[in-house]
Ligand binder design. Structure first.
Ligand SMILES: [Zn+2]
Ligand SMILES: [Zn+2]
Length: 150
């Protein structure tokens, strides 16, 4: 699903809705402990979206969290039901990290990269053909750019 003119999504209760204008980048999975907490599951699935392409409606709330790297991450969620919608890092405030499970149709989403597999739950079996990093990619900005280029 790398090329689409738009994509729609929203939270679990329907109060927050969004539309992504333009081409949708590729998705990646992160298996770090923060993402396990955030997703309340085994890993998160995210898609980088330029913030100017993310059009939102509804009651968002947020909190700030300092990451291990020292950057500040602002986490946006539905103020009514709490569904996490996207994150923004102080390191790259022009890009939102969209939580891909909130897309109305996530059936075509397949991660092209796995991060922090050193923390992944043992039962999660990865496709050996999909690149995996023990932690995060050494050059995060260049790696993220490849998600737009693929
Ligand atoms: Zn909601
Ligand atoms: Zn993570």
């Amino acid at each position: 699903m790398s090329v689409r003119s738009e994509a729609l999504g929203g939270c679990q209760c329907g109060s927050v809705r969004y539309e992504i204008v333009g081409r949708l980048a590729r998705a990646y999975a992160c298996h770090c402990r923060d993402c396990q907490k955030q997703s309340a599951s085994a890993f998160s699935i995210s898609i980088p979206v330029p913030r100017k392409n993310l059009q939102l409606l509804g009651p968002l709330a947020s909190f700030d969290k300092r990451s291990d790297s020292g950057a500040m991450t602002t986490c946006f969620f539905c103020a009514t039901c709490g569904t996490r919608i996207f994150h923004v890092s102080s390191r790259s405030p022009q890009v939102a990290t969209l939580k891909a499970g909130t897309l109305d149709d996530a059936s075509g989403i397949s991660p092209v990269s796995h991060l922090w597999v050193s923390r992944k739950q043992t039962w999660v079996q990865l496709d050996p053909a999909v690149p995996a990093f023990a932690e995060q990619p050494p050059d995060l900005a260049s790696w993220r750019q490849t998600l737009f280029d693929l």
